[in-house]
Each structure stands twice: as structure tokens, then as C-alpha cells.
Design a protein around this ligand. Structure first.
Ligand code: HEC
Length: 135
């Protein structure tokens, strides 16, 4: 009798330890990350505000060479340059605009007050290198 009880409990134990077979455990690989889009500098959101804050007090419709107000800045920078292009996307350092804000050609712009912050200069240079888009 004792033996039978022991046998029974062992059988119960064996069955109890069997869990439901849930099939092969498949680990789904994570979805591939979306292709990285190049983040372009935005002329309207990042460059024009620099002109608005530091340049348009002089460079407006009354300036004889360059109007940097939102209406006109991109067109004037692209269309003119008075013999030397304002913008050179192949070699941004050669851009007249960049040379004036770094002081490579004097007088540095803006001629009064503090020069532009280095990050603003870098941003303008990057924008020129990306093709000086009107974006
Ligand atoms: C206080 C007035 C004043 C401010 C502010 C100013 N400029 Fe000028 N800028 C001038 C004057 C005046 C000239 C023309 C004389 C000269 O070339 O130095 C000029 C000339 C320039 C030229 C050369 C134009 C050409 O065809 O030769 C560029 C480029 C220029 N500025 C860019 C800027 C930028 C960009 C800013 C803002 C970061 C700025 N300037 C801020 C007064 C100013």
C-alpha cells in the first residue's frame, strides 16, 4: 500500500513538473532603425534669425550693397556679391559673407558691438557648404 502511494505521488510529481509546451521560443529581432536623414541647416529657422538679430539694423532697404531682411536676404546673397560671390558652397571659406563675419576680410561684420558667436559662424558655414538652400 505504501509503495503504491509512493509510486502515485512520484507519478503526480512527474506530471506536475510538465508545463505546457509553448513551442520554440522565437526572439524577434528589433526592427531596423530608420535610415538616417541628413539634418540640414534651415535657412528660415536658423540663419535668418542671426541676420535679424545682428545685421538688419544696417543691412536693410537703405543699405547700398546688401539687404539682409527676410524679404531679400537669400536672393541678394545668391544673386549678387559685387564681383566676389557672397556664397561659395564648394569652398565655404572663400565666401565673402563668411570672410566678413570671421574678420578674414575687414571690417568685420557686425562692425560695432560683439562679433558673431562661433556657433553662429559655424552654422552659417555649414549652411553654405550644404548648398545655401532657401529652406
Ligand atoms: C552697424 C552697421 C552694420 C551692421 C550691424 C552690419 N553691417 Fe555689414 N556692412 C555695413 C556697412 C556700412 C558695409 C559697407 C562697407 C563695407 O564693406 O565695410 C557692410 C558690408 C557688409 C558686407 C560686404 C558687402 C559687399 O558687397 O561688399 C557683408 C557681406 C556684410 N556687411 C555682412 C554683414 C552681416 C552678415 C552682418 C550681421 C552679422 C552685418 N553685416 C552687420 C554695416 C553693418
Amino acid at each position: 500500500m505504501k509503495k503504491a502511494t509512493l509510486c502515485l505521488s512520484i507519478i503526480i510529481l512527474i506530471f506536475a513538473s510538465c508545463s505546457k509546451d509553448s513551442g520554440p521560443y522565437i526572439v524577434k529581432p528589433p526592427p531596423p532603425p530608420p535610415p538616417e536623414k541628413p539634418v540640414l541647416v534651415s535657412f528660415s529657422k536658423e540663419i535668418q534669425p542671426i541676420f535679424d538679430n545682428h545685421c538688419v539694423s544696417c543691412h536693410n532697404e537703405n543699405h547700398s550693397l546688401l539687404n539682409l531682411k527676410p524679404c531679400c536676404s537669400w536672393y541678394e546673397l545668391l544673386a549678387t556679391g559685387h564681383n566676389v560671390p557672397y556664397l561659395d558652397s564648394i569652398n565655404p571659406d572663400e565666401s565673402k559673407l563668411l570672410k566678413r563675419i570671421t574678420g578674414a576680410v575687414m571690417p568685420i561684420m557686425p562692425p560695432t558691438g560683439n562679433p558673431l558667436a562661433q556657433e553662429d559662424i559655424d552654422l552659417i558655414k555649414k549652411w553654405i557648404g550644404e548648398g545655401a538652400r532657401n529652406n
